[in-house]
Design a protein around this ligand. Sequence first.
Ligand code: KIV
Length: 278
Amino acid sequence: MRKSIQKIQNYKKEGKKITVLTAYDYSTAKYIDNAGVDMILVGDSLAQVALGYDSTTDIGMDEMLVFVRAVSRAVENALLVADMPFMSFQLDKVETMKNACELIKAGANAVKIEGSSDFTVENIKHLTQNGVPVMGHLGFTPLSINTIGGHKVQGKDADRTIELLKDALRLQNAGCFAIVLEMVPLQSGQFISQRLRIPTIGIGGGRFCDGQVLVSDDIFGKYDRFKPKFARQYSSLKDIIFNVAKAFCSDVEEGNFPNVNESFTLEIGEIEKLENYR
Ligand code: KIV
């Protein structure tokens, strides 16, 4: 059974760190789930790492839904969260609710929404008051990259950290069950996490956040167009994939693949009939 939001929230009280990874396809989601991660996020980062777009703003609801359904088929233990993509929640309440419900119907247990403008907070409140769990996302918010002007650390001084805390409290009051804090100084992450009832999930937010999330392609070493400072690369899957593909090509070219065990074969008598065929 998938973990409940209450269970995830209790981890904060118990002092257990919350683990979150992204997944975009069935098999990766299955292995990550079996590894015991607490939450799996179908992040809109998939626009870049899985679909090769330049920006997370390039993906819409139709594409998100395909990936959420695929991941949902695999996830048995983790809480499954789906990102609401660009232009799916900057809409009136009815349209925002419709899009959130489509993600839930596709198999997500909750949605994630970036930002804390008055408009967004009102939409989040509408969702949470009507049964759609929402995880917030503050600090660096990739969907606002055009207003932020690049990958920049947020909350860089005391005043801006206090502003971030106020935004986080507004999201908490709007009913968010957790908040992602992206690219903030570790002291800011600590300051905010200590003052919230709900868990914070850091990504470049330092070790004092209540949990940590990373993009799985970053930790696998599979995506090489951009390497965030905060991502720890545990393997070099891109080299493994490259070497496996190269080995396959040379085996085929040299006649070493397929061998007899990798082929189907006719019965002896049938082979003779073919040999005698004129
Ligand atoms: O899209 C995503 O993968 C995310 C994480 C980086 C938190 O929002």
